[in-house]
Design a protein around this ligand. Structure first.
Ligand code: PDD
Length: 288
């Protein structure tokens, strides 16, 4: 029987129902995280939970549990569901309260859920590369908060899919921000450029791992904005994200990037990323 975490307790998934007055359901009033699980281990779990806490604080919410408590719950969930390769989705909403734009009273309990899903690494796409379209970024000005409000992201991703593409790369007045569910970087003359971690992008954990890899291996990286023209003319373009890992983009708006195959630096980053995963997660957990 598949288990989920519901307000701090392991519960049977089939028995939990969403209240129609949950503020997450009515307003998207909450925050979330997606954490990768490799070989039964949380990958960069602390970083994701730290960001969850920051997202919650940014919307005036306090997490109902400490990071250590959440981590213990998540590890228990991985164990009981016997998850080896997959993700954990977790979200916290401002709780159940009669619909009102104002925050509910201080004693309203946040609703915290987490579930697991099996998912393999997207190895075939990572080897071959994927295509993208560019779209206008129509989101709000706090994209650094991992909020449940994802409607503009969904519209962008759907548009990409309808164009036969994997991702939509968003821009504000011609300046590239990020993908609909990933961060974007370019490589020009051996130097990586990626949007600085401002309010206009989500400060991706995979992006952070990539920055660390670059520092450790003397790969030059600049946290600077770049335009759509620079994107289309770059030698290499790649995405970073929890489920996408390091994903080469070989075509944007039907125009080839570089020679239309995954670039050297992107492939190098993929190798280093795999090493990081191995460092963290190569020993199977006892339950596997
Ligand atoms: N998305 N930018 C946006 C808008 C995202 O939604 C995500 C992640 C990222 C990459 O962040 P990270 O490396 O921490 O996963 C960037 C998750 C996976 C999702 O919504 O499913």
């Amino acid at each position: 029987m598949e288990k989920i975490i519901y307000n701090g307790k392991l519960s049977e998934r089939a028995k939990i129902k969403v209240d129609i007055e949950d503020r997450g359901y009515q307003f998207g009033d909450g925050v979330y995280e997606v954490i990768r699980v490799y070989n039964g281990h949380l990958f960069t779990g602390d970083e994701h939970l730290q960001r969850l806490m920051e997202s919650a604080e940014s919307i005036g919410m306090k997490l109902p549990y400490s990071i250590i408590e959440i981590k213990t719950q998540l590890n228990e969930l991985i164990r009981v569901n016997q998850l080896s390769s997959g993700i954990i989705y977790l979200q916290v909403t401002r709780g159940v309260s009669q619909r009102n734009h104002l925050f509910p009273s201080a004693d309203t309990v946040p609703v915290f859920i987490a579930y697991t899903r099996e998912m393999q690494r997207p190895t075939a796409a990572m080897e071959k590369g994927v295509s993208a379209i560019s779209v206008e970024d129509i989101r709000w000005l706090r994209c650094d908060i991992k909020s449940l409000n994802l409607l503009p992201n969904l519209l962008a991703k759907q548009k990409a899919s309808e164009a036969g593409c994997f991702e939509a790369i968003q821009h504000r007045n011609g300046v590239v921000t990020e993908g609909s569910s990933s961060n974007v970087s370019i490589v020009v003359d051996g130097i990586i450029k990626t949007h600085p971690a401002t309010n206009l992008i989500l400060n991706g954990i995979t992006r952070k791992v990539m920055l660390e890899i670059c520092r450790q291996n003397n790969i030059e990286i600049k946290e600077e904005t770049f335009t759509i023209e620079e994107l289309l003319q770059a030698d290499e373009v790649f995405l970073t994200g929890t489920t996408t890992e390091i994903m080469p983009i070989i075509e944007i708006d039907k125009s080839k990037i570089g020679n239309g195959t995954p670039g050297t630096i992107t492939k190098q980053l993929q190798r280093y990323f795999k090493e990081k995963v191995a460092e963290c997660c190569s020993v199977p957990t006892k339950a596997q």
